[in-house]
Design a binder for this molecule. Structure first.
Ligand code: F6R
Length: 369
Protein backbone atom coordinates (compact mmCIF):
# COMPACT_ATOMS: atom_id res chain seq x y z
CA UNK A 1 0.00 0.00 0.00
CA UNK A 2 0.94 3.64 -0.51
CA UNK A 3 1.25 4.24 3.24
CA UNK A 4 0.53 7.97 3.29
CA UNK A 5 2.40 8.79 0.06
CA UNK A 6 0.62 10.58 -2.78
CA UNK A 7 1.61 7.83 -5.23
CA UNK A 8 3.45 4.55 -5.37
CA UNK A 9 6.15 6.33 -7.30
CA UNK A 10 6.67 8.85 -4.46
CA UNK A 11 6.88 5.97 -2.00
CA UNK A 12 9.29 4.03 -4.18
CA UNK A 13 11.60 7.03 -4.68
CA UNK A 14 11.67 7.40 -0.89
CA UNK A 15 12.80 3.77 -0.75
CA UNK A 16 15.86 4.27 -2.97
CA UNK A 17 18.31 4.33 -0.02
CA UNK A 18 16.83 1.11 1.32
CA UNK A 19 16.91 -0.54 -2.12
CA UNK A 20 20.67 -0.02 -2.30
CA UNK A 21 21.27 -1.06 1.32
CA UNK A 22 19.24 -4.26 1.00
CA UNK A 23 20.92 -5.22 -2.25
CA UNK A 24 24.33 -4.98 -0.54
CA UNK A 25 23.17 -6.83 2.59
CA UNK A 26 24.66 -10.30 3.07
CA UNK A 27 27.05 -9.85 0.14
CA UNK A 28 30.04 -8.28 1.89
CA UNK A 29 32.37 -10.29 4.07
CA UNK A 30 35.42 -8.84 5.77
CA UNK A 31 35.10 -5.72 3.63
CA UNK A 32 35.15 -7.62 0.34
CA UNK A 33 32.32 -8.70 -1.94
CA UNK A 34 31.19 -12.29 -1.73
CA UNK A 35 27.84 -12.93 -3.36
CA UNK A 36 26.67 -16.33 -2.07
CA UNK A 37 24.44 -16.84 -5.12
CA UNK A 38 27.47 -16.73 -7.41
CA UNK A 39 28.83 -19.94 -5.91
CA UNK A 40 27.55 -21.73 -9.05
CA UNK A 41 29.99 -19.70 -11.16
CA UNK A 42 33.23 -20.95 -9.62
CA UNK A 43 36.44 -18.90 -9.63
CA UNK A 44 37.86 -20.72 -12.66
CA UNK A 45 34.74 -19.91 -14.62
CA UNK A 46 34.89 -16.29 -13.46
CA UNK A 47 38.52 -16.08 -14.60
CA UNK A 48 37.75 -17.65 -17.96
CA UNK A 49 35.12 -15.08 -18.90
CA UNK A 50 36.57 -13.06 -21.77
CA UNK A 51 33.54 -11.00 -22.66
CA UNK A 52 30.37 -9.80 -20.98
CA UNK A 53 27.20 -8.76 -22.77
CA UNK A 54 24.55 -7.03 -20.72
CA UNK A 55 21.06 -7.34 -22.16
CA UNK A 56 18.07 -5.38 -20.93
CA UNK A 57 15.42 -2.87 -22.00
CA UNK A 58 14.60 0.70 -21.00
CA UNK A 59 15.70 1.80 -17.57
CA UNK A 60 17.30 -1.59 -16.87
CA UNK A 61 19.51 -1.07 -19.96
CA UNK A 62 20.64 2.30 -18.57
CA UNK A 63 21.58 0.58 -15.31
CA UNK A 64 23.54 -1.84 -17.49
CA UNK A 65 25.37 1.04 -19.20
CA UNK A 66 26.45 2.36 -15.82
CA UNK A 67 27.52 -1.18 -14.90
CA UNK A 68 29.58 -1.49 -18.07
CA UNK A 69 31.84 1.40 -17.10
CA UNK A 70 32.41 -0.06 -13.64
CA UNK A 71 32.90 -3.71 -14.63
CA UNK A 72 35.41 -2.78 -17.34
CA UNK A 73 37.30 -0.57 -14.94
CA UNK A 74 37.39 -3.02 -12.06
CA UNK A 75 37.59 -6.42 -13.78
CA UNK A 76 39.22 -5.42 -17.11
CA UNK A 77 36.77 -7.53 -19.13
CA UNK A 78 35.20 -6.01 -22.22
CA UNK A 79 31.50 -5.31 -21.67
CA UNK A 80 28.84 -4.52 -24.25
CA UNK A 81 25.36 -3.37 -23.43
CA UNK A 82 22.65 -4.39 -25.86
CA UNK A 83 18.97 -3.74 -25.99
CA UNK A 84 17.47 -7.22 -25.69
CA UNK A 85 15.23 -6.84 -28.76
CA UNK A 86 18.19 -5.83 -30.95
CA UNK A 87 20.50 -8.52 -29.60
CA UNK A 88 18.12 -11.35 -30.31
CA UNK A 89 17.64 -10.69 -34.00
CA UNK A 90 21.11 -10.07 -35.32
CA UNK A 91 22.84 -13.38 -34.67
CA UNK A 92 25.38 -12.07 -32.15
CA UNK A 93 28.74 -13.80 -31.82
CA UNK A 94 28.84 -15.78 -28.57
CA UNK A 95 31.15 -18.37 -27.06
CA UNK A 96 31.20 -20.48 -23.86
CA UNK A 97 33.45 -17.81 -22.35
CA UNK A 98 30.89 -15.11 -23.01
CA UNK A 99 28.82 -14.22 -19.98
CA UNK A 100 25.43 -12.78 -20.83
CA UNK A 101 24.08 -10.73 -17.94
CA UNK A 102 20.39 -9.87 -18.17
CA UNK A 103 18.94 -7.10 -16.04
CA UNK A 104 15.21 -7.00 -15.40
CA UNK A 105 13.05 -5.69 -12.58
CA UNK A 106 10.05 -7.86 -13.41
CA UNK A 107 11.94 -10.85 -14.71
CA UNK A 108 9.14 -11.26 -17.23
CA UNK A 109 10.07 -8.84 -20.03
CA UNK A 110 9.57 -10.94 -23.14
CA UNK A 111 12.30 -9.24 -25.19
CA UNK A 112 14.84 -9.92 -22.45
CA UNK A 113 13.62 -13.46 -21.85
CA UNK A 114 13.92 -14.34 -25.55
CA UNK A 115 17.45 -12.90 -25.64
CA UNK A 116 18.47 -14.96 -22.60
CA UNK A 117 17.07 -18.13 -24.14
CA UNK A 118 18.88 -17.39 -27.37
CA UNK A 119 22.17 -16.81 -25.55
CA UNK A 120 21.84 -20.12 -23.73
CA UNK A 121 21.06 -21.99 -26.92
CA UNK A 122 24.22 -20.53 -28.41
CA UNK A 123 26.27 -21.89 -25.51
CA UNK A 124 26.91 -18.67 -23.56
CA UNK A 125 26.65 -18.58 -19.77
CA UNK A 126 23.81 -16.53 -18.38
CA UNK A 127 23.48 -14.50 -15.21
CA UNK A 128 20.19 -12.85 -14.26
CA UNK A 129 20.02 -9.66 -12.20
CA UNK A 130 16.37 -9.55 -11.24
CA UNK A 131 14.10 -7.97 -8.65
CA UNK A 132 11.31 -10.55 -8.64
CA UNK A 133 11.86 -13.85 -6.86
CA UNK A 134 11.09 -16.88 -8.97
CA UNK A 135 10.33 -14.93 -12.17
CA UNK A 136 10.81 -16.52 -15.59
CA UNK A 137 14.13 -14.89 -16.58
CA UNK A 138 16.02 -16.00 -13.44
CA UNK A 139 14.55 -19.49 -13.86
CA UNK A 140 15.98 -19.59 -17.39
CA UNK A 141 19.47 -18.46 -16.28
CA UNK A 142 22.56 -20.29 -14.99
CA UNK A 143 23.02 -17.95 -12.03
CA UNK A 144 20.89 -15.31 -10.30
CA UNK A 145 21.74 -12.22 -8.30
CA UNK A 146 18.53 -10.75 -6.96
CA UNK A 147 18.19 -7.03 -6.39
CA UNK A 148 16.34 -6.47 -3.12
CA UNK A 149 14.50 -3.26 -3.95
CA UNK A 150 11.18 -4.76 -2.81
CA UNK A 151 8.07 -4.85 -5.02
CA UNK A 152 7.88 -1.95 -7.48
CA UNK A 153 4.30 -0.98 -8.30
CA UNK A 154 4.56 2.33 -10.19
CA UNK A 155 5.04 1.71 -13.91
CA UNK A 156 8.13 3.93 -14.04
CA UNK A 157 11.11 2.19 -12.53
CA UNK A 158 12.99 4.10 -9.81
CA UNK A 159 14.20 2.13 -6.80
CA UNK A 160 14.83 -0.90 -9.02
CA UNK A 161 17.24 1.23 -11.10
CA UNK A 162 19.53 2.07 -8.18
CA UNK A 163 19.34 -1.54 -6.98
CA UNK A 164 20.31 -2.75 -10.47
CA UNK A 165 23.36 -0.50 -10.54
CA UNK A 166 24.27 -1.73 -7.05
CA UNK A 167 24.02 -5.37 -8.17
CA UNK A 168 26.18 -4.81 -11.26
CA UNK A 169 28.74 -3.06 -9.03
CA UNK A 170 28.80 -5.95 -6.56
CA UNK A 171 29.27 -8.34 -9.47
CA UNK A 172 32.03 -6.17 -11.00
CA UNK A 173 33.82 -5.91 -7.67
CA UNK A 174 33.70 -9.65 -7.05
CA UNK A 175 34.90 -10.30 -10.59
CA UNK A 176 37.77 -7.84 -10.08
CA UNK A 177 38.69 -9.48 -6.77
CA UNK A 178 38.69 -12.98 -8.30
CA UNK A 179 40.63 -11.94 -11.38
CA UNK A 180 43.13 -9.95 -9.36
CA UNK A 181 42.53 -6.76 -11.31
CA UNK A 182 41.50 -5.11 -8.03
CA UNK A 183 43.82 -5.32 -5.06
CA UNK A 184 42.05 -6.17 -1.80
CA UNK A 185 42.81 -2.63 -0.59
CA UNK A 186 41.26 -1.05 -3.66
CA UNK A 187 38.26 -3.38 -3.46
CA UNK A 188 37.74 -2.60 0.23
CA UNK A 189 37.80 1.11 -0.45
CA UNK A 190 35.18 0.76 -3.19
CA UNK A 191 33.01 -1.53 -1.07
CA UNK A 192 33.12 0.96 1.80
CA UNK A 193 32.08 3.74 -0.53
CA UNK A 194 29.22 1.64 -1.92
CA UNK A 195 28.09 1.01 1.66
CA UNK A 196 28.03 4.76 2.29
CA UNK A 197 25.62 5.40 -0.60
CA UNK A 198 22.31 4.75 1.25
CA UNK A 199 23.07 7.47 3.78
CA UNK A 200 24.00 9.91 1.03
CA UNK A 201 20.80 9.03 -0.81
CA UNK A 202 18.85 9.91 2.32
CA UNK A 203 20.52 13.35 2.19
CA UNK A 204 19.60 13.79 -1.46
CA UNK A 205 15.96 12.98 -0.66
CA UNK A 206 15.95 15.37 2.30
CA UNK A 207 17.12 18.14 -0.05
CA UNK A 208 14.49 17.51 -2.72
CA UNK A 209 12.59 20.75 -2.18
CA UNK A 210 14.26 22.85 -4.88
CA UNK A 211 13.87 20.28 -7.66
CA UNK A 212 10.19 19.88 -6.68
CA UNK A 213 9.72 23.65 -6.96
CA UNK A 214 11.40 23.78 -10.36
CA UNK A 215 9.23 20.95 -11.67
CA UNK A 216 6.14 22.69 -10.33
CA UNK A 217 6.92 25.77 -12.43
CA UNK A 218 7.61 23.85 -15.61
CA UNK A 219 4.24 22.31 -16.47
CA UNK A 220 4.20 24.18 -19.81
CA UNK A 221 7.67 23.13 -20.92
CA UNK A 222 7.72 21.49 -24.35
CA UNK A 223 11.17 19.98 -24.45
CA UNK A 224 13.97 19.18 -22.00
CA UNK A 225 17.48 17.96 -22.79
CA UNK A 226 19.83 16.05 -20.49
CA UNK A 227 23.61 15.94 -20.78
CA UNK A 228 26.07 13.72 -18.97
CA UNK A 229 29.46 12.13 -19.44
CA UNK A 230 30.98 8.80 -18.44
CA UNK A 231 28.58 7.24 -15.91
CA UNK A 232 26.60 10.49 -16.02
CA UNK A 233 25.63 9.72 -19.63
CA UNK A 234 23.26 6.84 -18.82
CA UNK A 235 21.88 8.99 -16.01
CA UNK A 236 21.03 11.63 -18.65
CA UNK A 237 19.25 8.97 -20.72
CA UNK A 238 17.33 7.83 -17.65
CA UNK A 239 16.26 11.40 -16.81
CA UNK A 240 14.96 11.85 -20.35
CA UNK A 241 13.09 8.54 -20.38
CA UNK A 242 11.30 9.37 -17.12
CA UNK A 243 10.15 12.71 -18.50
CA UNK A 244 8.80 11.14 -21.70
CA UNK A 245 6.95 8.33 -20.03
CA UNK A 246 5.54 10.28 -17.06
CA UNK A 247 5.04 13.84 -18.28
CA UNK A 248 4.70 13.18 -22.05
CA UNK A 249 7.29 15.84 -22.74
CA UNK A 250 9.79 15.55 -25.53
CA UNK A 251 13.09 14.80 -23.83
CA UNK A 252 16.45 13.55 -24.99
CA UNK A 253 19.61 12.54 -23.24
CA UNK A 254 23.04 13.03 -24.82
CA UNK A 255 26.63 12.26 -24.02
CA UNK A 256 27.95 15.77 -23.37
CA UNK A 257 30.91 15.22 -25.70
CA UNK A 258 28.49 14.58 -28.55
CA UNK A 259 26.99 18.07 -28.31
CA UNK A 260 29.30 19.64 -30.90
CA UNK A 261 28.65 16.74 -33.29
CA UNK A 262 25.04 17.76 -33.82
CA UNK A 263 22.73 18.29 -30.87
CA UNK A 264 24.01 21.78 -30.11
CA UNK A 265 21.94 22.90 -33.11
CA UNK A 266 18.87 22.24 -30.98
CA UNK A 267 19.86 24.85 -28.43
CA UNK A 268 17.78 28.00 -28.67
CA UNK A 269 16.82 30.63 -26.12
CA UNK A 270 14.77 29.17 -23.28
CA UNK A 271 15.65 25.51 -23.94
CA UNK A 272 15.90 23.75 -20.58
CA UNK A 273 19.00 21.57 -20.27
CA UNK A 274 19.87 19.41 -17.30
CA UNK A 275 23.60 18.80 -16.97
CA UNK A 276 25.02 16.10 -14.73
CA UNK A 277 28.38 17.54 -13.74
CA UNK A 278 31.24 15.16 -12.90
CA UNK A 279 33.12 15.83 -9.70
CA UNK A 280 35.80 18.58 -9.90
CA UNK A 281 38.04 16.02 -8.19
CA UNK A 282 37.71 13.65 -11.15
CA UNK A 283 41.14 12.51 -12.29
CA UNK A 284 40.29 12.74 -16.01
CA UNK A 285 39.30 16.40 -15.75
CA UNK A 286 35.91 15.70 -17.26
CA UNK A 287 34.60 18.38 -14.95
CA UNK A 288 36.27 21.17 -16.92
CA UNK A 289 34.97 19.76 -20.20
CA UNK A 290 31.40 19.63 -18.95
CA UNK A 291 31.61 23.14 -17.49
CA UNK A 292 32.74 24.35 -20.90
CA UNK A 293 29.74 22.55 -22.47
CA UNK A 294 27.54 24.47 -20.05
CA UNK A 295 29.13 27.74 -21.15
CA UNK A 296 28.55 26.87 -24.82
CA UNK A 297 24.86 26.15 -24.38
CA UNK A 298 24.35 29.03 -21.98
CA UNK A 299 25.86 31.39 -24.57
CA UNK A 300 23.07 30.25 -26.91
CA UNK A 301 20.38 31.11 -24.40
CA UNK A 302 19.73 27.71 -22.79
CA UNK A 303 18.52 27.53 -19.19
CA UNK A 304 20.87 25.19 -17.38
CA UNK A 305 19.96 23.12 -14.35
CA UNK A 306 23.19 21.55 -13.12
CA UNK A 307 23.36 18.55 -10.83
CA UNK A 308 26.68 18.97 -9.12
CA UNK A 309 28.60 17.87 -6.10
CA UNK A 310 28.42 19.88 -2.88
CA UNK A 311 31.26 22.39 -2.87
CA UNK A 312 31.65 22.53 -6.66
CA UNK A 313 31.87 26.32 -6.86
CA UNK A 314 33.23 26.37 -10.42
CA UNK A 315 29.82 25.51 -11.79
CA UNK A 316 27.97 28.30 -9.98
CA UNK A 317 28.59 31.27 -12.30
CA UNK A 318 27.55 29.23 -15.33
CA UNK A 319 24.34 27.47 -14.34
CA UNK A 320 20.90 28.97 -13.74
CA UNK A 321 20.23 26.46 -10.99
CA UNK A 322 22.47 24.04 -9.15
CA UNK A 323 21.03 20.96 -7.47
CA UNK A 324 23.56 19.65 -4.98
CA UNK A 325 24.48 16.04 -4.33
CA UNK A 326 26.89 14.78 -1.63
CA UNK A 327 30.54 14.12 -2.40
CA UNK A 328 31.19 10.77 -4.04
CA UNK A 329 33.88 9.36 -6.31
CA UNK A 330 32.97 8.97 -9.97
CA UNK A 331 31.29 5.56 -9.90
CA UNK A 332 29.02 6.47 -7.03
CA UNK A 333 27.75 9.74 -8.47
CA UNK A 334 25.12 8.20 -10.76
CA UNK A 335 23.38 6.57 -7.81
CA UNK A 336 23.00 10.02 -6.25
CA UNK A 337 22.50 12.17 -9.35
CA UNK A 338 19.59 10.13 -10.67
CA UNK A 339 17.36 10.80 -7.68
CA UNK A 340 16.65 14.48 -8.42
CA UNK A 341 15.78 13.40 -11.98
CA UNK A 342 13.34 10.78 -10.69
CA UNK A 343 11.75 13.45 -8.48
CA UNK A 344 11.68 15.91 -11.37
CA UNK A 345 9.86 13.52 -13.71
CA UNK A 346 7.31 12.65 -11.08
CA UNK A 347 6.66 16.22 -9.96
CA UNK A 348 6.39 17.59 -13.48
CA UNK A 349 3.83 14.90 -14.33
CA UNK A 350 1.94 15.74 -11.14
CA UNK A 351 2.05 19.46 -12.01
CA UNK A 352 0.38 18.57 -15.31
CA UNK A 353 -2.31 16.69 -13.41
CA UNK A 354 -1.23 13.29 -14.75
CA UNK A 355 -1.38 9.90 -13.07
CA UNK A 356 2.25 9.27 -12.18
CA UNK A 357 1.77 5.61 -11.29
CA UNK A 358 -0.07 4.69 -14.48
CA UNK A 359 1.24 6.67 -17.47
CA UNK A 360 -0.76 6.27 -20.67
CA UNK A 361 -0.01 3.41 -23.07
CA UNK A 362 2.43 1.66 -20.73
CA UNK A 363 2.34 -1.55 -18.71
CA UNK A 364 4.56 -2.44 -15.76
CA UNK A 365 5.88 -5.51 -17.40
CA UNK A 366 6.03 -5.94 -21.14
CA UNK A 367 5.24 -9.60 -21.73
CA UNK A 368 4.89 -9.38 -25.49
CA UNK A 369 7.71 -9.03 -28.00
C1 F6R B 1 11.04 2.89 -17.40
C2 F6R B 1 10.70 1.49 -17.26
C3 F6R B 1 10.96 0.55 -18.39
C4 F6R B 1 11.54 -0.77 -17.87
C5 F6R B 1 11.72 -1.79 -19.01
C6 F6R B 1 12.35 -3.09 -18.53
O1 F6R B 1 10.75 3.62 -16.24
O2 F6R B 1 10.18 1.09 -16.23
O3 F6R B 1 11.82 1.13 -19.33
O4 F6R B 1 12.77 -0.51 -17.25
O5 F6R B 1 10.47 -2.06 -19.59
O6 F6R B 1 11.55 -3.72 -17.57
P1 F6R B 1 12.14 -4.86 -16.68
O7 F6R B 1 13.20 -4.30 -15.83
O8 F6R B 1 10.97 -5.38 -15.86
O9 F6R B 1 12.67 -5.92 -17.60
Amino acid sequence: EKGGWSSFMAKEISEEPEAVAKTILGRVEDGLVRIPELAGLDDDTMRAIDRIIIIACGTAAYAGMVGKYAIEQWARVPVDVELAHEFRYREPVLSPNTLVVSISQSGETMDTLMAVKYAREQGARTLSICNTQGATIPRESDAIVYTHAGPEVAVASTKAFVAQITATYLFGLQLGQVRGTLTPEAARELVAELQSVPEKLTDVLANGERIRELAGWMADTRSVLFLGRHVGYPVALEGALKLKELAYIHAEGFAAGELKHGPIALIEPGQVVFVIVPSPRDENSLHAKVVSNIQEIRARGARVIAIAEAGDVAVLPHADEVIRIPLASRFFEPLLAVVPLHIFGMELAAAKGLDVDQPRNLAKSVTVE
